[in-house]
Design a protein around this ligand. Structure first.
Ligand code: ATP
Length: 249
């Protein structure tokens, strides 16, 4: 079977600093893959390289589209959604204006379904509907993370890249956020590449995990296998200071 996302020998960096040294990974249709690794391992750079916001070389293909030779805007329209770390909320706009920004990256042919999609989004995230006329800056951290997901969904992605969604969230809020990913995967026929320092929580929702260390893949395995591997966790995942649950099982 051909994977939706196929990455081979992907390199990327910032000027003279190389952050990724040849990454290989795949994400299948409807699959959730967690990218794990300590601070600075290269998770954010990997997502940026795929969404075209950092220059990359090597092979990265989304349903046949060569991501290393395509601009960020076209990549988004081809069905790749990116929820960056920090969430990118425009705090001066209302909640609904923020969500509707997702419409700008919709693929041609799906314009007519925008109202229906917005209604589905409000069904999944009722708090966004309640707050829709309020400034987005009034939302809590967890609600802003939901807003960022909602905006990405409105662009109708096939593959969603999500960068550290649990960062800065309280444990219960973060658990809700991971639970919602399972639901979204089903309801929106999504594939997800999830970058997280919180290995325990992300491996609960993921099918497979890929562990990065210093810009290289050091392990790829089914999520349950990685979750049970204490020596791997000790060697590469460390203790995430930002993660309320820590990374140990
Ligand atoms: P974090 O959990 O802190 O986001 P990460 O696994 O996402 O970590 P990256 O942010 O991708 O890691 O960083 C990988 C490497 O690239 C690190 O050595 C980092 O210092 C470097 N780096 C990241 N962003 C930049 C930048 N804008 N300019 C220069 N170097 C950078």
């Amino acid at each position: 079977m051909i994977a939706l996302l196929e990455v081979a020998g992907l390199t990327a960096g910032y000027g003279a600093v190389r952050a990724l040294h040849g990454i290989d990974l795949t994400v299948g249709e409807n699959e959730i893959v967690a990218v794990l690794g300590a601070n600075g391992a290269g998770k954010t750079t990997l997502l940026r390289a795929l969404s075209g916001t950092v220059k990359a070389a090597g092979r990265a293909s989304l349903g046949g589209l060569d991501l290393t030779r395509t601009g960020a805007h076209r990549i988004a329209r081809a069905g790749l959604g990116h929820v960056p770390q920090g969430r990118g909320t425009f705090t001066g706009l209302t909640v609904e204006e923020n969500v509707r920004l997702g419409l700008l990256s919709r693929p041609a042919g799906s314009r007519g379904q925008a109202d229906g999609d917005l209604a589905r989004i409000y069904e999944t995230f009722p708090v966004l509907q309640e707050m829709r006329r309020r400034p987005a800056g009034a939302l809590s951290g967890g609600q802003q993370q939901m807003l960022a997901l909602a905006r990405a969904l409105l662009a109708r992605p096939r593959l969603l890249l999500i960068d550290e969604p649990s960062l800065g969230l309280a444990p219960l809020t973060s658990a809700d956020m991971f639970a919602v990913l399972s639901r979204l995967r089903e309801e929106w026929s999504l594939s997800v590449l999830l970058a997280e320092q919180n290995a325990r929580a992300s491996l609960k929702v993921a099918d497979r995990g890929v562990v990065l260390a210093r810009g290289r893949v050091v392990a790829t395995a089914p999520a349950a296998e990685l979750a049970a591997d204490a020596s791997l966790r000790a060697a590469y995942l460390g203790t995430a200071a930002d993660s309320p649950e820590g990374v140990t099982a």
